[in-house]
Design a protein around this ligand. Structure first.
Ligand code: PBG
Length: 328
């Protein structure tokens, strides 16, 4: 048998031409590094399920961000671990809350681009992302009171902007959160502060290590009454349309790798920038396999980020930010 190929794609796979025909790249400027500021400690505390990551005390927040900037990454998203929690998450919107203090420290000492994560789960004693329904303990299908939560989210966003945040990123999947935050920011004179909405955020098992890192696991029940069902694709379209309409400037999909179809959908649905959150579990599993010698850490991390960009993301929130930026 002699068959001669009609075309030869391999002609474009030589070393010299590879870079010329490459369709996607990852740059340090595409990446946002998560930072955990912890009010309960005077020392840095390593996060065991996320090798290389630590919770840092408030007075080391700027030093931590400088380390990140040395790798070429210029943007950070700040999460807080407060020293007290209560039913309504007061420390999330306190003027001297851990994130507000951390943001002041970072903006006073660095020129990093600082994003505040706007949510209540790390600050409520029950670990849910909002105000609880009175009977939530008996009937977990109720959990969070939507509209009462909106006011608190608006307070968090304004308090973060007052502390100097360049952008806010609501992650609670409360209906109307983008509209409520936009209105509150505008009323407080922060009409220039953009909102990156966690628009399509799924009720995912890949958040496990983060919940250890930020101490934000729900004390009872789960988040399926406000986060999205992993089975749903069309629903993401509705969520994204709503957030875009309410004024979201950047639309996020979370997690990233198991949801690349959604990243692609959002890219095609909207001409606003698309973000993807390469979450803690995606990071932890590559690290665990690499520790066993089963995967090459840097190669698989890079390929992950490249794939997320190829799917359509403009920016990526990732715990690999520093490692990959250094490698570039
Ligand atoms: C807070 C929040 C979570 C993450 C980001 N913001 C946790 C959650 O929703 O349970 C997860 C990030 C990660 O896993 O890396 N709502």
């Amino acid at each position: 048998m002699s068959f001669t190929p009609t075309d030869r794609p391999r002609r474009l796979r030589t070393d010299g031409i590879h870079p010329l025909v490459r369709e996607t790249t990852v740059d340090a400027q595409d990446l946002i590094a998560p930072v955990f500021v912890d009010e309960t400690t005077d020392e840095r505390v390593p996060i065991s399920s996320m090798p290389g990551h630590e919770r840092v005390p408030v007075d080391e927040a700027a030093a931590r961000v400088e380390e990140i900037q040395e790798t070429g990454v210029e943007a950070v998203i700040v999460f807080g671990v407060p020293d007290t929690k209560d039913e309504v998450g007061s420390e999330a919107y306190a003027e001297d809350g851990v994130v507000q203090r951390g943001i002041r420290e970072i903006t006073a000492n660095t020129d990093a681009y600082v994003i505040g994560d706007v949510c209540l789960c790390e600050y409520t004693d029950h670990g849910h992302c909002g105000v609880l329904e009175p009977h939530a303990h008996d009937d977990p299908t109720l959990t969070v009171k939507n509209d009462d939560t909106l006011e608190l989210l608006a307070d968090i966003a304004v308090s973060q902007a007052e502390a100097g945040a360049d952008m806010v990123a609501p992650s609670s999947m409360t209906d109307g959160m983008v509209g409520a935050i936009r209105t509150a920011l505008d009323d407080a004179g922060f009409e220039h502060i953009p909102i990156m909405s966690y628009a399509a955020k799924y009720e995912s098992s890949f958040y496990g290590p983060f919940r250890e890192a930020a101490d934000g696991a729900p004390a009872f029940g789960d988040r399926r009454h406000y986060q999205m069902d992993p089975a749903n694709r069309r629903e993401a379209h509705r969520e994204v349309a709503l957030d875009a309409e309410e004024g979201a400037d950047v639309l996020m999909v979370k997690p990233a790798l198991p949801y690349l179809d959604i990243v692609r959908d959002v890219r095609e649905q909207s001409d606003k920038p698309v973000a993807a959150y390469n979450v803690s579990g995606e990071y932890a599993m590559i690290h665990a396999a690499a520790e066993k010698g089963w995967l090459d850490l840097e190669a698989t991390a890079y390929e992950s980020l490249l794939s997320i960009k190829r799917a359509g993301a403009d920016l990526i929130l990732t715990y690999f930010a520093e490692d990959i930026a250094e490698q570039l």
